[in-house]
Design a protein. Structure first.
Length: 306
């Protein structure tokens, strides 16, 4: 017997023309087998290949009315794109898939749904081991400097109840990161753990990953404040030591030459510290400006639906 709840599945795609048709077929067949009512919302993050063509081909060949393709006007990244799909979803539960590259059996999604039926409003699919070095470093700093005593880990998929989504939608932060916002709702969180032998591939470019990581770390942790304090203490110590060295040379070295070298070293260390501190302040200002900006967080190029 099929489940009677309405399920929305939000799928993020970005330059996935090689796998999107097959993945949609797997996902659609699974949902059609397990749930009486469902919808699939695909968020195309400004793909430059034929991803959009392949999705439209799948819709037309199967004559589907419960599949929606949202084409973003420019590249916004995973987190913003998923929230776009959530904004358009109407299901009692919403499944979030970060990629059409299904690293796990689609039946695992039903395991997440069963877990949510135990009274959890937010259920995540966690990795037993994180094989990505860059990701591991990011979570190390996030947990080390987080303002909350919560251990964040690599997660592949989520299922959320409608009331959890409604609670998250009330949070007005322009910089949205699901792992952190989920903890602001106060609802019960559950998880299912799997062990993968594959390394998870990100569709984001290195520069996009660095930007997202820095936005998250400076917005949701005290890392920037810590760095400012460490830099200030370091250069204050250097200044004191150089001052003490200059006094010592003046008192005990009769052959001392004009302190050009000492002055240049001091200026070099001092100004490099100033510029580092200013760069961190600049980062905070950019985040503040983004938060107070009144323009929409995203713009949509088109919406395709039968």
């Amino acid at each position: 017997m099929k489940e009677q709840v309405f399920i929305s599945l939000v799928l993020y795609v970005s330059n996935n023309e090689d796998v999107i048709y097959t993945s949609l077929k797997r996902i659609f067949n699974f949902l059609n087998e397990r749930f009486d009512k469902f919808e699939i919302i695909i968020v195309n993050d400004a793909s430059k290949d034929k991803t959009k063509v392949e999705v439209k081909r799948f819709i037309e060949e199967n004559d589907l009315s419960n599949l929606t393709l949202i084409n973003m006007s420019t590249r916004y990244g995973l987190e913003t794109s998923i929230f776009v799909g959530i904004d358009f979803s109407i299901g009692d539960f919403v499944i979030e898939l970060d990629s059409p590259l299904l690293y796990f059996d689609e039946k695992t999604i039903y395991t997440l749904y069963e877990k949510s039926c135990e009274g959890f409003d937010i259920v995540s699919l966690k990795l037993k081991r994180n094989r990505n070095i860059g990701s591991s470093m990011f979570y190390f700093f996030l947990n080390k400097f987080s303002n909350k005593n919560i251990e964040y880990e690599s997660e592949l998929c989520y299922i959320l109840s409608r009331r959890a989504i409604n609670s998250i939608s009330k949070i007005k932060d322009k910089i949205k990161y699901r792992k952190i916002l989920h903890n602001f709702t106060g609802f019960r969180k559950g998880f299912v753990t799997i062990d993968l032998n594959k390394k998870i591939k990100s569709s984001a470019t290195p520069s996009e990953r660095i930007k997202m990581a820095s936005d998250i770390l400076f917005s949701f942790t005290n890392l920037g404040q810590k760095i400012n304090i460490y830099i200030t203490v370091f250069f204050l110590t250097v200044s004191i030591l150089l001052g003490a060295y200059a006094v010592y040379q003046y008192l005990f070295n009769s052959k001392v030459i004009e302190g050009w070298t000492t002055m240049m070293l001091f200026m070099s260390f001092g100004f490099s510290g100033v510029f580092m501190v200013l760069s961190i302040i600049n980062k905070y200002f950019s985040i503040i400006l983004k938060e107070i900006h009144t323009l929409p967080t995203y713009t949509i190029l088109s919406i395709d639906k039968n």
